[in-house]
Design a binder for this molecule. Structure first.
Ligand SMILES: [Zn+2]
Length: 172
């Protein structure tokens, strides 16, 4: 099983996620956006294998250096798969909000960590530097192909599901 800890950090209340494989105690940190002092205590007793970013906006990377330094874990982003303990995350490239945007998909549990690509009831802004409305359409099409029951954990705000966002008309 994956245990998910959500820590809201910084002015924009970015969701920093800590995913823990409860068998091995190995963990990854997604988007350490700010407030390392809130994140680091949650990592105590864990073997942090990797630090992951959904994209490099400042509100997602503010505590990156501090978390890398404290854990000694490497930063990973452009791999196809990330493994920690018994768990595997598939990296889905989703440019649109930014050109470097990715989502992390835990297929075994139907969890998607979507960064600022998809939120509850809306998709991410496409009017920022390196944004592309056209690529966002393609990214959302990719996400629409995931199982409807997929739980979506976004970069800000509450979680949602692929089914819910299809009903809202946010995706496909
Ligand atoms: Zn962003």
């Amino acid at each position: 099983m994956i245990e998910i800890k959500t820590i809201k950090v910084g002015m924009l209340q970015t969701n920093c996620y800590i995913l823990i494989d409860d068998k091995s105690n190995e963990a990854v940190v997604i988007d350490p956006g700010d407030e390392a002092e809130k994140i680091l205590p949650e990592l105590e007793g864990l073997i942090v294998k990797f630090v992951l970013l959904t994209h490099a906006h400042y509100d997602h990377v503010g505590a990156l250096e501090a978390v890398l330094r404290a854990t000694g874990a490497p930063l990973r982003k452009d791999e196809e798969e990330i493994t920690f303990g018994q768990e595997t995350l598939t990296v889905i490239k989703t440019p649109g909000h930014t050109s470097d945007g990715v989502c992390f998909y835990a297929q075994a549990h139907n969890y998607l960590f979507a960064g600022d690509t998809l939120f509850y009831g809306m998709y991410g802004r496409t009017d920022l530097p390196t944004s592309s409305p056209r690529e966002m359409v393609l990214a959302l099409k990719k996400l629409a192909e995931l199982p409807p029951e997929t739980n979506v954990f976004s970069g800000h705000g509450r979680p949602t599901t692929i089914k819910q966002e299809k009903e809202f008309g946010t995706i496909g």
